[in-house]
Design a protein around this ligand. Structure first.
Ligand code: CO8
Length: 257
């Protein structure tokens, strides 16, 4: 499997899918999201693979959606692009996915980590939803999954301040399974993945599906609601200003327009 923005490293019975845009901290462009969905679906069909790891590099898991790609998008571009159909494909993967996170997991990057079934973090990992700082909100499930996983007060703070939390805070909040030194996080994720891959595959699949069932009804409605609000913000001047300010490396001037 050869892709432009990800690397796929099969190590049966596990496989590692690695985001590979290091110069922009693995910012998620549309092509990368499509490649991730393709690779995960291919591995999901591969009988040799029992568990999948999604990772980035030590400095960044992924610093969010590619702001340069989104900066000039209109509501019509957002709606007609139907980008979330690619994200939905990740939700349908039947094999367990472990996020091995070091450095920044922000915006859409954090949302990918939260879509995974478990998270192993390095001590340097930082989780957050900084969309508010560029005039938008999370669009790939952040408002819904944070609220479900850590409660309303913490979800509000994450989404309204944009401030990230540390790996240790994420562990204390129940978001992360393990926190280990940076040189060990990928190996720790592989050990966990190999353990799961050694279990009976059909029982593993049914267990994942059953746990996710707790969240599914609420998520289906919540994701639709969040997407509408996300799209709507692309009609505002504050979204254009917020993203232009990021690209031009200056503070944004909000107008409430
Ligand atoms: N998009 C595009 N480029 C990025 C992004 C990004 N999200 N993040 C970092 N980069 C680029 C920088 O522009 C910089 O490029 P250059 O070297 O050409 O100037 C390079 O990566 C390195 O970044 P910094 O120099 O900024 O590195 P620092 O260590 O100083 O700062 C930070 C690291 C704090 C992570 C900083 O880069 C930052 O704030 N990045 C943006 C974080 C952010 O706002 N993420 C949310 C994006 S919006 C989003 O994810 C919405 C998801 C909606 C659903 C999905 C739809 C597709």
């Amino acid at each position: 499997m050869t892709y432009q923005y990800i690397l796929v490293e099969p190590e049966p019975p596990i496989a590692v899918v690695r985001f590979n845009r290091p110069k922009v901290l693995n910012a998620l462009n549309q092509t990368l999201i499509g490649e991730m969905a393709d690779a995960l679906e291919t591995l999901d069909r591969d009988e040799q693979i029992g568990c999948i790891i999604l990772t980035g590099n030590e400095r960044a898991f992924a610093a969010g959606a590619d702001i340069t790609e989104m900066a000039n998008a209109t509501v019509v571009d957002q709606m007609s692009g139907d980008q979330f159909s690619r994200w939905d494909r990740v939700r349908r993967i039947k094999k367990p996915i472990i996020a091995a996170v070091s450095g920044w997991a922000l915006g859409g990057g954090c949302e990918i980590a939260l879509m995974c079934d478990m998270i192993v973090a390095s001590e340097s990992a930082r989780f957050g939803q900084p969309e508010i700082n560029i005039g938008i909100i999370p669009g790939a499930g952040g408002t819904q999954r944070w609220a479900q996983l850590v409660g309303k007060a913490r979800a509000m703070e994450i989404c309204l301040t944009g401030d990230p939390i540390t790996a240790e805070e994420a562990r204390a909040w129940g978001l992360v399974n393990r926190v280990v030194p940076v040189e060990l996080y990928l190996e720790e994720a592989k050990t966990l993945a190999r353990k799961i891959a050694s279990k009976p595959p059909l029982a593993v699949r049914q267990a994942k599906e059953a746990v996710n069932n707790v969240f599914n009804d609420y998520l289906d409605k919540g994701l639709t609601f969040e997407r509408k609000n996300f799209y709507m913000l692309f009609a505002t001047e504050d979204q254009k200003e917020g993203m232009a300010a990021f690209v031009e490396k200056r503070p944004a001037q909000w107008k409430g327009q």
